[in-house]
Design a protein around this ligand. Structure first.
Ligand code: GLU
Ligand code: MG
Length: 448
């Protein structure tokens, strides 16, 4: 029975959020004014949720079945709060990234955020290194009423997306995401949003924040939005580019050496050689859906071979340009861009996997050979073989096979996480193998 007849007001909610193995953010919400009662022991969660395919079907068999209980433990420093945007009546966005724990507080072996945190800590404790990273996102945007196709990179395309972009930058600023640029891209109705780099786990959290806030602004404006790697058969692809640099524990950059031909330090060369050595297997995490392979093609400015290039947008790992105008120092700008990545990947899992590969490269003292500033597809097969430039997998099943045959990566990852991941991806392949290329584009355009 109601105690008075005061008009009701909606209760503001906070969500404890986990971004799962397939890059989908899920969680549970409660009244924001009760946050105190959730800070230490979090809220409940279910192991088999991690076995969901993008098609929203729990993969069978999976390691969890109907058994078990977990907790989502909030990392309070990661809270995102965005006040009302274009839809003044929308309930404000308020979520906190969480780690998945057992009910006794032990870390859960299949939590991607915990995996990334462990790897970041390992860099610090074993290599004396810190990681700075930023994820750039491309996406397609369609307003509710059909709009003409504008020219690539044009002011007209910018103006068409300017209302959306303005709200987006405002919301990202409010969330502490430090947005940099909103820009029209090469494709029709394609835009890109970039933000400043940050350290460690917060960089992957920030990628989630960018995706979810971008979706929220699109929802409030009634726009259609997709981050999927390819949204139509002849569409320009949407990539995610992961910029990474390493610093020592005092914050001094360690990837740059002015004496080296391309500026990459000895340590950086080993790190890059590790990423390239394991790249075919890494694709299982960074290009993790069947549609990802429509993007990883030559002449797409994405990645089709495992090679490093200086300012070469056909290279899977790119040495980014540095600017010397005005005497700007190079070392703090110097970074590597991992391009074999798209938004169907979990930012935490993908970043952890790339870091593991780079660490293995350092530990094994690998020599970097796979370098080219040509389109790798246009080199002769002998030249590629000579340099150790190998083709990336042509499909998700091929990438999963590369991972299955990579003992070093398998050993570096928790078995329950791998078992769940293989179960999900196996089921996803089965659920989509009957789709034509055009249907596959449409299918994933709706899911991501
Ligand atoms: N759209 C390209 C991709 O799929 C990237 C283009 C660019 O370099 O910005 O990754
Ligand atoms: Mg771009």
């Amino acid at each position: 029975m109601s105690r008075n007849n005061e008009p009701l007001r909606p209760v503001a909610m906070t969500t404890l959020l986990t971004t799962d193995l397939i890059g989908v953010s899920r969680g549970r919400s409660f009244p924001s004014d009760e946050l105190d009662s959730y800070t230490s022991a979090g809220c409940g969660w279910v192991p088999a949720n991690s076995a969901l395919t993008p098609q929203d079907i729990i993969a069978e068999p999976n390691p969890w079945g109907a058994r078990g209980d977990l907790r989502l433990i909030p990392d309070l420093a990661s809270r995102v709060q965005v006040g009302n945007g274009p839809d003044a009546s929308a309930s404000p966005l308020d979520f906190i990234h969480a780690d998945i724990c057992e009910t006794d507080g032990q870390p859960w072996a299949a939590c991607p955020r915990t995996l990334l945190r462990n790897e970041v800590q390992r860099y610090a404790s074993e290599l004396g290194l810190q990681i700075t990273a930023a994820f750039e996102h491309e996406f397609n945007l369609h307003s509710a009423t059909a709009q003409p196709e504008r020219l690539a990179f044009s002011l007209q395309a910018q103006r068409q997306g300017a209302d959306f972009g303005g709200w987006l930058l405002s919301a990202l600023r409010a969330a502490g995401v430090e947005p940099e640029m909103f820009l029209p891209e090469y494709g029709k109705h394609q835009y890109e949003i970039t933000c400043r780099p940050t350290q460690g786990v917060a960089a992957a959290d920030r990628a989630v924040n960018v995706r979810e806030i971008t979706r929220e602004i699109a929802r409030q404006l009634g726009h259609g939005l997709s981050f999927a790697p390819k949204t139509a058969e002849h569409a320009v692809c949407n990539g995610v580019h992961l910029h990474l640099s390493l610093q020592d524990l005092d914050g001094a950059p360690v990837l740059y050496d002015p004496q080296s031909a391309n500026g990459l330090s000895r340590l950086g060369q080993r790190w890059a050689a590790g990423v390239l050595k394991y790249l075919p297997a890494l694709c299982a995490f960074t290009a993790p859906t069947p549609i990802s392979y429509a993007r990883l093609q030559p002449h797409h400015w994405s990645a089709s071979y495992a090679c490093l290039g200086q300012r070469n947008r056909e290279a899977s790992l790119r040495i980014c340009p540095t600017v010397s105008i005005g005497g700007k120092p190079v070392a703090p700008q110097y970074n590597l861009e991992f391009r074999a990545l798209d938004a169907t990947a979990s930012p935490h899992l993908a970043m952890a996997a790339v870091l593991i590969a780079g660490r293995l490269g350092i530990e094994q003292g690998l020599t970097l050979r796979a370098i080219t500033d040509e389109v790798p597809d246009e080199l002769s097969a002998e030249h590629r073989q000579d340099r150790g430039i190998v083709a990336l997998p042509a499909s998700l099943p091929q990438a999963l096979d590369c991972l299955r045959n990579c003992p070093e990566l398998l050993q570096a990852l928790p078995a329950p996480l791998l078992d769940t991941y293989f179960a999900v991806k196996h089921q996803e392949v089965k659920l989509t193998e009957h789709l034509t290329p055009a249907q596959l584009c449409e299918h994933y355009a709706h899911l991501y």
